[in-house]
Design a binder for this molecule. Structure first.
Ligand code: SAM
Length: 576
């Protein structure tokens, strides 16, 4: 039996039959332990999600349909049942009227059996007979694959839970193929939870709400782009709570989770919050959800373990959703509303990356005599930018390109020819040479000759803080350096702006910090930076930006940038 047959055998056609197929192989978490990407949710997080989604006991819950797509050992299911039972009592309804009000899926039969036992216990506490309780619980809980089964299920008012964490390369190929045929947003190397979010959203009735806690990588990664596009087109994001450091799960796992509440309906205001290690239930008699909403609205000054704000709108299309502290996000949204992008035709500002050769050992040298002088281009490397001013280390890139494109004829360059011929085998081994054998001596990227003589700012890729460095038109960038040229900007003034923590905020928002806090200053992130119109900056401010740039004073640069962007009232957000 293949892994997929086992998966199907367990997942389909056995609805209420709680037994485990002997051949079943569910991927296990690396720590061993629970099956099928299971990470169990803490009760206070479950309560928060149910409240935010609106699954509250004061509603007529028997008349609503709530779905738990991956019930595990009942972390959501049991509180859902308690709320339902409370609601039945308040509404004067009988237990029988709740027969169709809950559906929980679980692929792992042992977990499902455990969930049924818990449900039975809850029902018995409510006065149900053992037989009645078992009948109801087994009707609610299905052993099955939610992703394959839910398209045949009813539209739901709520889909809530904590979907499994199974990496793309751990999902059996046949299962992945079946999932992808049903869920077009499962693109790239996405985790299985992307499919769960899409399936949950698809199952929602009009105005229905999805409330999940799951990893938040999809909000920024390429594999989440189709999901973001789908959400932006049809749904409204209501709440996002970043929970990377919060004690959200029973085990300590580095899952980088967030709570998301998304409704099938138009986009409105969004609660954006962040929970830290001190987050937990409130003990003032109210609910954590209500306190959090009050904090975001400004009706509550502080809430232990949380920061929160309200965003007036959310990000459109397939573009990444930023990851920032709530107050930083407000500043970012304001800047994005008021200012245009750094890369812009009007100011002739362009961002690019330096040359990749595919064989740096051959193409990069400190010996200026290896080829004819016009083939030797001074090359700026990351280390040359370390001090904040460009200190050329004497490296050259050996340039095989003609002005205007195409490779030079080696017959016209005897020294170049001799040098390349001696290293021909190494050059020919590169993919780029194998794809075009006649161009065996090309660098991967062409060298754009006019770039060398232009003033430009360099950005080393990996840095803890923004680190623009001016080149006065003396070197060509190596591929770990990104560069910016501009027709209109004075690059010393712009350098000051880009040194500021306001510019850095854009990078922090869209590039997930690497371990140790390193940021990536790649073109895709630099292009996210918004800047004021250069003509709008008074000379006195320009001078301060220049000075800050040359003295590498990020504080002074940030103070000047706060004025340049006109955001003095939010200066505290960037530490001014
Ligand atoms: C992260 S755990 C969450 C359990 C529970 N909702 C909680 O919050 O504690 C995910 C559960 O999904 C189950 N699972 C994995 N793949 C599934 C699938 N395709 N359909 C339904 N359940 C699945 C796993 O067996 C596991 O119990």
């Amino acid at each position: 039996m293949t892994a997929f047959q086992a998966h199907l055998d367990l997942g389909l056609g056995e609805s209420a039959q709680l037994r485990r197929s002997p051949g079943t192989r569910l991927p296990r978490r690396s720590s061993g332990g629970a099956p099928g990407g299971a990470v169990y949710t803490q009760g206070w997080v479950v309560g928060l999600i149910l409240d935010l989604a609106g699954y509250r006991a004061d509603q007529d819950l028997a008349a609503r349909y709530v779905v738990e797509p991956s019930a595990g050992r009942g972390a959501f299911l049991v509180p859902m049942i308690r709320r339902l039972l409370e609601s039945l009592a308040a509404q004067g309804r009988s237990l029988d009227e709740a027969r169709e009000s809950i559906r929980a899926y679980e692929l792992d039969a042992d977990s499902a059996r455990h969930a049924v036992d818990l449900a039975v216990r809850e029902l018995q506490k409510h006065g149900a007979s053992t037989k009645e309780a078992r009948l109801l619980a087994e009707g609610w809980i299905r052993v099955g694959d939610y992703l394959l089964t839910s398209p045949g299920d009813r539209r739901a008012d709520f889909v809530v839970g904590n979907p499994p964490y199974i990496r793309y390369d751990e999902i059996p190929v046949e299962a992945l193929t079946a999932y992808r045929s049903l869920y077009p947003a499962m693109v790239g190397r996405g985790d299985i939870y992307v499919g769960f979010i899409e399936a949950g959203l698809r199952q929602l009735d009009d105005h229905g709400v999805l409330g999940f806690i799951c990893a938040d990588r999809w909000m920024r990664s390429a594999y989440g782009s189709e999901l973001r596009r789908m959400i932006s087109a049809v749904f409204g994001v209501e709440t996002i709570i970043e929970m990377h450091d919060a004690p959200a799960f029973e085990d300590e796992v580095s899952a980088y989770p967030a709570v998301v509440i998304i409704r099938r309906g138009p986009q409105g205001r969004v609660i954006v919050a962040s929970a830290d290690a001190g987050a937990g239930p409130v003990d003032d008699g109210g609910t954590l959800a209500d306190s959090l909403i009050a904090l975001a609205d400004g009706r509550l000054d502080a809430l232990h373990g949380f920061t929160a704000t309200t965003a007036e709108h959310w990000f459109r299309g397939a573009g990444p959703w930023p990851s920032l502290e709530p107050r930083q996000l407000s500043l970012l949204q304001l800047l994005e509303e008021r200012f245009g992008p750094l890369e812009d035709d009007l100011t002739g500002t362009k961002i690019g990356i330096g040359v990749a050769t595919g064989a740096d050992r051959v193409f990069i040298t400190k010996d200026p005599g290896v080829a004819e002088p016009d083939r030797m281009v001074p090359l700026a490397m990351t280390a040359d930018t370390r001090q904040g001013v460009l200190q050329w280390s004497g490296h050259y890139v050996i340039d095989p390109w003609k002005k205007g494109g195409g490779l030079v004829d080696l017959d016209a360059y005897p020294r170049l020819r001799a040098y390349f011929e001696q290293r021909r085998t190494e050059l020919q081994r590169r993919n780029v040479a194998q794809r075009a054998p006649k161009a065996w001596y090309r660098t991967i990227d062409p060298v754009h000759h006019d770039l060398t003589g232009r003033q430009k700012l360099y950005f080393p890729d990996m840095k803890l803080v923004s680190h623009p460095v001016l080149d006065r038109g003396e070197t060509y960038p190596h591929h770990n350096l990104y560069y910016l040229t501009s027709r209109v900007w004075d690059l010393e003034v712009l350098g000051g702006l880009l040194l500021s923590r306001i510019a850095q905020l854009f990078i922090e928002a869209y590039c997930v910090r690497m371990r140790g806090g390193t940021l990536r200053f790649q073109a895709q992130y630099l292009r996210r930076i918004r800047v004021p119109d250069p003509a709008s900056l008074p000379e006195e401010l320009r001078e301060r930006l220049r000075l800050a740039f040359w003295s590498r004073d990020a504080d002074a640069a940030t103070r000047a940038a706060v004025e340049a962007y006109g955001v003095a009232d939010m200066a505290g957000v960037v530490g001014c």
